[in-house]
Design a protein around this ligand. Structure first.
Ligand code: RFL
Ligand code: PHB
Length: 392
């Protein structure tokens, strides 16, 4: 077995692991990223699209703003469609902030490019990754790379390995308390070669179910339909998808631009939080510790927020021997995470069709939307959460 050493061993090259690596490098703290998939795979994995205001600012402040500001687009507001009536929420007017539309896989590409340019060590296709002795001051990670077994000694291990990763599962038995909610629906998502039918997103509450119009570029649309959580894709030939989107998104003056669908997938929806997010020298960040339904566009953003907090805490620990940030890591993250969980659950509850709703429940949903979209206090609540709560 070959042995090497670094300060921080990072497991997972998603947005959380890569951003942590980038932030630590900028603070002068060496680190190694271990990822079990290939670089090509992670760079092409289609997921989120919206960056909160402060996440976009963090990208800019750490030298990652150039492509985001040229290829991405700034959204000063968004739309809610209820009962065929469009309501515009003006983030800029309500909060002085905006969001950026920029694909998660582009963020991942930018981060990988920045780490490579800085000579960062990232090992893709590392298998059998396992964490050891994290309850001591000498934790280490073992893995197999190019057929050889390796051992990486470090001071701290960051578990950024997503919901199905090994780090959370490596916590001592019965230590983690899990908070979980599964929703009785999923989202059928498509990517299509079709110019976006609107300049900003449309979140639609329709009697047939939720729909979302989003986009990736001036020639590419990203659209979603509420479906069963395990909806078979065979039920949805392209024509049926376009027909249903046209029904759910219909309103005065709107016409849906269609085009060739080149990607189709179904994602089940859940809310999940694991407490605590740390044990000894092992720290979880991003989807490894929590999941939100995508209705609030928060998954990627909360992963970045965790590692911004973790990087600061590691920096204070390593450079100033100030251990408070690391000791309080779970508490600091979870306060923000629970706010995000609440917002994502609330947006999901307000915008979807629930089959178990009776006539009263349905009226409650309509009344809530009426209040939120028409009262200035309601609009501020929505906008403030959507553009993102402060990172720290
Ligand atoms: P990631 O992105 O899952 O990255 C974890 C990385 O760890 C690797 N890994 C391992 N590496 C080594 N050894 C192991 N044993 C490993 N096990 C796993 C994985 O290969 C991966 O590279 O987690 P991270 O960094 O915390 O980032 C979180 C975000 O990716 C996630 O919250 C969002 O993408 C969620 N999400 C969405 N969020 C939004 O805000 N808006 C969206 O529209 C949106 N759409 C989505 C989504 C998540 C999806 N998933 C999970 C299937 C659409 C989908 C389909
Ligand atoms: C997306 O563009 O994929 C997207 C945007 C907003 C959401 C979820 C997904 O709330």
């Amino acid at each position: 077995m070959s042995t090497s050493r670094t300060r921080v061993g990072i497991i997972g090259a998603g947005p959380a692991g890569l951003m942590l690596s980038h932030l630590l490098h900028q603070a002068g703290i060496d680190n190694v990223v271990l990822e079990n998939r290939s670089r090509e795979y992670v760079e092409n994995r289609i997921r989120a699209g919206i960056l909160e205001y402060e996440v976009a600012e963090l990208m800019r402040a750490t030298g990652l703003g150039a492509r985001m500001d040229s290829v991405g687009s700034r959204h000063d507001g968004t739309n809610f469609l209820v009962n065929g009536q469009l309501h515009h929420i003006d983030f800029q007017k309500l909060t002085g902030k905006h969001v950026m539309l920029y694909s998660q896989h582009e963020v991942v590409r930018d981060l990988i490019a920045a780490r490579l340019a800085a000579g960062g060590e990232m090992l893709f296709e590392a298998s059998d990754v396992a964490v050891h002795d994290y309850a001591t001051d000498k934790p280490y990670i073992t893995y197999i790379y190019e057929g050889t077994e390796h051992r990486l000694d470090c001071d701290i291990i960051a578990g950024c390995d997503g919901f199905h990763g090994i780090c959370r599962q490596s916590f001592p038995k019965n230590m983690i308390v899990e908070y979980d909610r599964e929703y009785p629906f999923g989202w059928l998502g498509i990517l299509a070669d079709a110019p976006p039918s609107k300049d900003e997103l449309i979140y639609a509450n329709h009697k047939n179910g939720f729909a979302l119009l989003s986009m990736r570029s001036p020639t590419m649309s990203r659209l979603y339909l509420q479906s069963a959580p395990d909806e078979p894709l065979e039920n949805w030939p392209d024509e049926r998808i376009w027909e249903e989107l046209a029904i759910r998104l219909a309103h005065e003056g709107f016409s849906l631009t269609t085009g060739k669908i080149f990607q189709k997938s179904v994602t089940a929806m859940r809310s999940y939080v694991a407490e605590p997010m740390q044990t000894g020298k092992l720290f979880l960040a991003g989807d490894a510790a929590h999941i939100v339904p995508p209705t609030g566009a928060k998954g990627l953003n909360s992963a970045i927020a965790d590692v911004a907090i973790l990087a600061r805490a590691i920096e204070a620990h390593v450079l100033k021997h100030d251990h408070e940030g690391l000791e309080n890591y779970t508490r600091t993250c979870l306060r923000r995470i629970w706010q995000i969980e609440r917002f994502s659950w609330w947006m999901t509850s307000m915008m979807h069709k629930f089959d178990h709703h009776n006539a009263f429940d349905a009226r409650m949903q309509t009344a809530e939307l009426d209040y939120i979209l028409n009262s200035s206090a309601g609009q501020v609540t929505l906008a403030e959460n959507y553009v993102g709560l402060p990172l720290y």
